[in-house]
Write a protein that binds this ligand. Structure first.
Ligand code: MOS
Length: 724
């Protein structure tokens, strides 16, 4: 249980987030965004804006800053801003005003008159569903059929019991607390960028392309990030624009998006629809799983959610069929957000499992236990380490699942209908290549450096713990140094892979630094260890020890007048193709629905999970709580409302886009099993960032059904849906 190493800095305001970089002669950028969703900009009258107080420059498609197209999609858009007059969505960046102050830039932006040749946008997912098409890349269908079975529909028809239902989920926005800032400062032909990102290397790549400069001339610094959730992976319009403006003006420039702009300029989670059919024997054994998934997709990029995919990985079934289709819309860019595919995918599958349990008259937990799969259901490859049944058992016991009344609406407490629901939690695990550098310093501390990002996840604390453990010194004597593009290339923060990828690299680099320290000790003539065999000197508890001789590494460096010893190590990507790697767990919740108003409230929550080794239970617990809170938002509150006629988002603020606040969240009980997944890495950690959200919405929907008898198949489950 280690406190967040950067916790004090953050709560005292001493942590420097990107927008906190107040540079000399800093100028301020403000984005101008489109007020139609589709068409062409005919003209932009910038005369008044250019003459407004403090204005330094006004950039538009008619007076652009030259930017080059990206060549590879990173879940963002390939089209750089202002290079043509086309409008592809409402709220698209169409201009940048730079002024002496933020307010001057914003006021001047309001003076710009834009004339459009506007066309009617396609902005309704629902209206587009009949013309859903195959996705831009990848296969539209994945299917496994038992020998002799002709099609998934044959398998369903041959099943003793079937259910079929369609589930939908609205578009959502990430809404990290920290808005999207970029500060750019040039020194000759070198640029330094402070920008909120899930990976400084991603920014280097993008800026090199957009500005047409060498990567070696770009330095990105971003040690602290105020939440990522997926849309700080891609690089958005303001970042290359700000860098280019700073170059053109010869002054540092800072651009921070407004909350409203953060609804359109930086991507969102697509809307989705899944039609799920399950076939089973009367005893609950699944015989067929079919999920036809459709996702919205922006006309501006190719990202969509293959929402049905989770069916390939969760429950055992001899016949599984998933399909993927997209509805292409004139909407802001669709991108990864908080367990892309899986959060929505699990809502449909977990709701369908509950519907099947009701139809079969089987306890929903029993139904899941019965179909627990020791292998990847779609491939037959065994899981590396799976303890889902233990999660179910511990969870049921701790939550009091056996006291659940299976009859919907049977339990009341005053005006409240009370229901219990559960669902399986899951998230895939991976391990990529990562390099990390460890420096042992003469003051007895160590610095651990790599390009990784801590989005508030606790990643830097994990680095400190692992290095401290290996060096045998207190965590307080380790300084994790993340988010600097000059460091060795570690994992970007995405796909919940930071700890599984970077953790083993921190361990290897620390070992290498210890070896380097011992080598120095036996080679330096002034060292008391001089002349010994390296193998006879041990590094433990922060000291070099041989026989009776024992010296702290810092003292030794000081006495040798050497400032530090460093080593860089690279840990390889996971090459094991003979196992599937995925975390599993179980959510249990109690939901109360007001009998008169339909208001749903989550009143109790337990999550039990197996994520491999837990490096730091305190921050891991926070991660899961955060995921469940997002799951409650997914289930009950979060919904981006797009006006179908205009393509405008009508609730682009945090007063009308609802996220859970403390009053919406009960105490969340989180229990970890601790089984290191040693097939994934020597560290054995699988990663936990997105794990907590997957299954959460399904658990809530199932509890709502148990409370009321109403099966709401459209997220979010708002009270008007419960009143009808
Ligand atoms: Mo996360 S949605 O993999 O950034």
């Amino acid at each position: 249980m280690t406190d967040r190493v950067d916790g004090r800095l953050k709560v005292t305001g001493a942590a420097t987030y990107a927008a906190d970089n107040r540079l000399d002669r800093l100028a301020y950028g403000y984005l101008v965004t489109s007020t139609v969703a589709r068409g062409t900009i005919v003209s932009m009258d910038t005369a008044a804006a250019s003459k407004a107080p403090g204005v330094l420059a006004v950039y538009t498609p008619f007076e652009p800053l030259k930017l080059y197209r990206y060549t590879k999609e990173q879940n963002d858009e390939l089209t750089p801003p202002l290079q043509d007059a086309n409008v592809r969505y409402f709220g698209q960046a169409i201009g940048l005003v730079v002024a002496e102050t933020f307010e001057q830039a914003r006021d001047a932006a309001a003076l710009i008159q834009v004339r459009y040749d506007a066309k009617t946008p396609a902005a309704s997912f629902r209206d587009g569903l009949p013309s859903a098409a195959d996705p831009p890349s990848g296969s539209p269908v994945s299917e496994v059929l038992a020998p002799g079975v002709g099609s998934i529909d044959d398998a369903l028809n041959a099943s003793e019991v079937t259910i079929s239902a369609t589930y939908t989920a609205s578009m959502q926005n990430h809404n990290a607390m920290e808005p999207h800032p970029t500060v750019a400062a040039w020194d000759g032909d070198h640029v330094t960028l402070y920008t909120a990102t899930q990976g400084v290397i991603l920014v280097v790549d993008r800026i090199a392309e957009a500005l047409g400069i060498d990567k070696a001339k770009i330095h990105v610094r971003n040690p602290y990030v105020g939440g990522g959730f997926g849309n700080k992976w891609g690089i958005w319009a303001h970042t290359p624009l700000t860098a280019a403006a700073a170059r053109a003006l010869g002054r540092p420039v800072k651009t921070v998006l407004t909350r409203e702009q953060a609804f359109t300029v930086v991507g969102h989670r697509p809307a989705s629809q899944q039609t799920v059919s399950l076939g089973a024997r009367k005893d609950g054994t699944l015989t067929a799983i079919k999920n036809d998934g459709v996702s919205s997709k922006s006309a501006s990029n190719s990202f969509y959610e293959p929402v049905a995919n989770l069916c390939l990985s969760l429950y055992a079934s001899p016949n599984i069929h998933v399909s993927r289709k997209v509805v292409t819309l004139d909407v802001p860019v669709t991108t990864i957000m908080r367990a892309p595919q899986e959060a929505n995918g699990s809502f449909a599958l977990e709701s369908a499992m509950d519907e099947l349990a009701v139809k079969l008259g089987i306890d929903p937990l029993e139904l899941r236990r019965k179909n627990d799969s020791p292998v990847v259901p779609s491939s037959g490859v065994p899981w590396s380490s799976k303890h889902l049944d233990e999660c179910y058992r511990i969870g049921a016991e701790r939550f009091g699942w056996s006291r659940r009344n299976p009859t919907p609406g049977a339990v009341t407490d005053g005006d409240w209908l009370v229901g219990l629901g559960m669902a399986t939690a899951t998230y895939g695990a991976s391990r990529a290549q990562a390099s990390v550098k460890v420096r042992l310093l003469a003051n007895g501390t160590a610095v651990v450096s790599g390009t990784g990002a801590d989005l508030g996840t606790g990643q830097s604390t994990v680095w400190a713990i692992l290095a401290a453990e290996s060096l045998g010194i207190p965590v307080a004597r380790i300084r994790p140094d993340l988010g600097d593009s000059a460091s060795p290339v570690a994992a970007n923060a995405g796909g919940s892979g930071s700890t599984s990828t970077n953790g083993p690299a921190v361990q290897l680099a620390t070992d290498a630094a210890k070896t380097a320290m011992i080598a120095l000790a036996v080679q330096d003539e002034r060292s008391p260890f001089h002349g010994m065999a390296a193998g006879d000197v041990r590094f433990e508890d922060g000291r070099l020890t041989a026989g009776n001789l024992s010296v702290p590494f810092g003292s030794l460096l000081t006495s040798l007048d050497v400032p530090g010893v460093e080593a860089t190590a690279t840990s390889p990507k996971n090459g094991d193709k003979t196992h599937g790697f995925r975390s599993f767990g179980a959510h249990f919740c109690e939901v109360r629905v007001n009998a008169w108003t339909g208001e749903p409230r989550v009143s109790r929550w337990l999550t039990v999970l197996d994520a491999g080794r837990i490096v730091n239970e305190k921050t891991a617990h926070n991660q899961i709580v955060g995921g469940v809170v997002m799951g409650i938002g997914h289930a009950l509150l979060e919904e981006t409302r797009l006006e179908p006629a205009t393509g405008r988002i009508s609730n682009a603020d945090l007063a009308s886009y609802l996220v859970p606040v403390n009053a919406d969240v009960p105490p969340i009980d989180v229990r970890f099993l601790d089984y290191p997944d040693t097939l994934l890495s020597p560290l054995g950690a699988r990663g936990i960032g997105e794990f907590g959200i997957v299954g959460a919405a399904g658990a809530v929907a199932n509890a709502v059904h148990n409370a009321t008898g109403k099966r709401i198949r459209d997220l979010p489950i708002t009270l008007e849906k419960l009143l009808t």
